[in-house]
Design a protein around this ligand. Structure first.
Ligand code: KG4
Ligand code: ZN
Length: 350
């Protein structure tokens, strides 16, 4: 299969990112450049991402970041095969900044455009770093999403389960805030949990053992909140107890999805369990799920941490996946605040 060289742009949340990657499905690919500017400092005083501040920062930063991605790769726009940008789901102002920039570049250089679903970019990130044959089982755990899906190819997903309330990363961030950690709380909570006793506090594990593979995290969050109201909590012990509960939930639900995957793909001998999204950067979660995969006859594939959190390389790689199938988008492709993965096929209604 021919190799594609794609420029990817990511602006759907609080990272302004651009990257150039080269390769062909099922990977691995070569990351020729990968530039990420995190707007953390801009949002920190507000304890969360402020959409208007994000959009403005993307406008200010993006041109320079795209230029740097091209120069780091040692390539001019003329040597790129396609321009890819996240077209949703995400904060609409930011998504529009990235998509409009990609359209302008594609038009100016007469290159095809790929309008990328941000979740699809996460879903394929392990193919960029490891090379993974489809079909595989994907656990996508980020700040906005928590889903288990079978991935068959670009635009081809079977949803096994998703959260009925909060996303896993949201639960981490909210719990971290209750414990008094600064935003973004996920990585800080993980660090704190290392020194804590995970058995100190008995926290609920919603949905455990339920039919299907859906998740729920709001009861866990509420339990943490009540605990902090009732007593003087030990922060490391609470962090460790919370993380242990999340791990139990992820393990139970992923095990349920593994059975569904086996039923749907009985001939897939040693299928992969792929982790993706910001929460997959958590070491304890990575270790627990690779243990489950080993027990269940799945091979566990986890992208390096830099590819788990939002970045341009995964968007460029999603562009490679779609370009290889001839799935390009017109210059009037819309930016979408909402865009579920199971509706991201190549021939999607507008
Ligand atoms: O994928 P991502 O960068 O952005 C979204 O598309 O949502 O995920 C960000 C989420 C945040 O909720 C953040 O707290 C969480 O991932 N996260 C972590 C860790 N690193 C990032 N959660 C737990 N442990 C971590 N080490
Ligand atoms: Zn993301």
């Amino acid at each position: 299969m021919r190799a594609w060289t794609v420029l990817g742009i990511e602006t759907s949340c609080d990272e302004t990112a651009a990257a150039v990657v080269r390769g062909a499905p099922p990977g691995p690919g070569a990351i020729l450049s990968d530039v990420v500017f995190s707007q953390l400092e801009e949002h920190r005083p507000y304890g969360g991402v402020v959409p208007e501040i994000a959009a403005r920062a993307h406008v200010e930063m993006l041109d320079g970041i795209v230029e740097k991605a091209l120069s780091d790769a040692g390539l001019g726009l003329a040597e790129i095969d396609a321009v890819a940008a996240t077209a949703g789901p995400g904060l609409i102002g930011g998504v529009m900044v990235g998509l409009v920039t990609a359209k302008a570049l594609a038009l100016a250089a007469a290159k095809p455009l790929v309008a990328v679903n941000h979740l699809e970019a996460h879903a394929f990130s392990a193919r960029l770093s490891e090379g993974v044959a489809a079909p595989y089982l994907l656990l996508l755990v980020s700040g906005g999403h928590c889903q288990l899906l079978a991935v068959e190819g670009a635009g081809q997903f079977r949803l096994y389960g998703s959260t009925i309330d909060d996303a896993a990363g949201e639960a981490f961030d909210k719990t971290a805030k209750l414990i008094g950690l600064a935003y973004p709380g996920g990585p800080r909570l993980e660090a704190l949990a290392k020194t804590g006793n995970p058995k100190r506090y008995r926290l609920p594990r919603p949905m455990l053992g339920r039919v299907g593979a859906d998740f729920s995290f709001s009861g866990l969050k509420t339990a943490v909140r009540l605990l902090t109201l009732e007593e003087e909590v030990d922060a490391p012990d609470l962090a460790a107890s919370f993380q242990a509960a999340v791990i139990d939930i992820l393990i139970d639900r992923t095990q349920a999805a593994m059975a569904m995957f086996r039923r749907d793909f009985p001939h897939s001998r040693s299928p992969a369990l792929v982790l993706a999204g910001g929460v997959a950067a958590n070491h304890a979660i990575r270790t627990a799920l690779s243990g489950l995969a080993a027990e269940e006859g799945f091979s566990c594939k986890v992208p390096p941490i830099r590819l788990c959190t939002d970045n341009g390389a995964m968007v460029a790689w999603a562009g490679v996946e779609r370009a290889a199938l001839g799935l390009f988008d017109p210059l009037d492709a819309p930016a979408r605040a909402r865009w579920p993965l199971t509706a991201s096929s190549g021939k999607e209604p507008a």
